[in-house]
Design a binder for this molecule. Structure first.
Ligand SMILES: Nc1ncnc2c1ncn2[C@@H]1O[C@H](COP(=O)(O)O)[C@@H](O)[C@H]1OP(=O)(O)O
Ligand SMILES: [Mg+2]
Ligand SMILES: [Mg+2]
Ligand SMILES: [Mg+2]
Length: 312
């Protein structure tokens, strides 16, 4: 591979490839039927698919980019023994490699990059059979900001020449744009997307004040941002801690690249440096554009914002 291609573009191209591989692992674990569920905490589970997909992503990327700081959700993916070489992805997506790198990212070095990996976003939904909500998230940050990201959907169905194909990979790069799907404008009426498995009274209060025509309750931060990108919903509101940096890094990067905005419930951006705290303590507020984001921000009562801020 030519070393004249800037490292950020190579890392994104490798991430697109490895996300597809991780998605296959996610499907294989489900079709074998032994999920190996471990309860990490309240409403917080891990399966064999989370563990194996994380190993695939981290070992593949760190073999190619040893100086990049890669942080994954799962603490104890089975670290014993070598992983199957079948799982090691060393290829890079050709389409991404041909992208013209934005000038501000051309001189980024491996050691400037922090990658946040969520090997399986929407684990609750995965275990309950809501498979289309499941995504694999790889978020790439530089100087604490998410600059590129991959959202892979292992169970997305397409028909190619009459043949069913499973899985699609959406990517975004700041100042370049997005790919892997067809973007659509937001719905005419206000449609909000939110959690289906982690609600509480404050989450509900923040939804009530939005004056929405419809509230969609789906799993995963990745899937909800896809709904924004595809014109299914206009705003994503989650007024609660629970999401972590690996949940929002890739979705935020892709949404930004498409002209959207993701912050906490107070309107502040999260930082994605390696030394940042992992929890997104002050919730998630995302929208397809700045105007809708601002609408939602102004509707959330100060009292509710103060309550979330006291979690900090
Ligand atoms: N209370 C929580 N405990 C653990 N994970 C959470 C919690 N709330 C949110 N998450 C993570 O954020 C994602 C988006 O939240 P939600 O689906 O509730 O909107 C979840 O799929 C889950 O990621 P993961 O499935 O990777 O563990
Ligand atoms: Mg989890
Ligand atoms: Mg997640
Ligand atoms: Mg996860």
């Amino acid at each position: 591979m030519s070393t004249t291609i800037p490292v950020i573009v190579r890392v994104l191209a490798s991430s697109v490839s490895v996300a597809g591989k991780a998605g296959k692992i996610v499907r294989d674990v489900m079709s074998k039927g032994e999920l190996g569920i471990v309860e990490k905490g309240k409403d917080d589970y891990q399966t064999e698919a989370d563990r194996s997909a994380q190993r695939c992503i981290i070992e593949s990327l760190s073999a190619q980019y040893p100086k990049v700081n890669i942080i994954g959700e799962e603490d104890n993916p089975d670290t014993e023994g070598d992983i199957s070489s079948e799982w090691l992805a060393v290829d890079a997506d050709k389409e991404i490699l041909s992208i013209e790198c934005p000038s501000f990212l051309k001189s980024v070095k491996e050691e400037d990059i922090v990658i946040w990996v969520d090997p399986l976003d929407g684990t609750s939904e995965y275990t309950q059979g809501f498979l289309e909500h499941v995504t694999v998230l790889i978020g790439i940050s530089v100087n604490e900001k998410p600059v590129a990201g991959v959202i892979h959907q292992p169970y997305f169905k397409t028909l190619i020449d009459g043949e069913k194909k499973l899985g699609r990979t959406i990517w975004g790069l700041q100042e370049v744009g997005v790919g892997g799907f067809t973007a659509a404008p937001p719905p005419d009426s206000l449609v909000i997307t939110t959690t289906r498995s982690h609600s509480n009274p404050i989450v509900e209060k923040a939804l009530q004040v939005m004056n929405a025509s419809q509230i969609l309750r789906v799993g995963g931060a990745g899937y909800k941002v896809l709904q924004l990108l595809e014109g299914v919903a206009s705003i994503y509101v989650f007024a609660s801690p629970g999401c972590k940096k690996w949940d929002t890094c890739a979705p935020e990067a892709v949404l930004n690249a498409a002209g959207g905005k993701l912050t906490d419930i107070l309107g502040n951006y999260y930082k994605y440096g390696a030394s940042e705290g992992k929890p997104n303590k002050t919730g998630v507020l995302a929208a397809v554009n700045g105007e809708l984001h601002n609408y939602a921000l102004t509707r959330i009562p100060q009292e509710l914002k103060d309550k979330l801020a006291s979690n900090k």
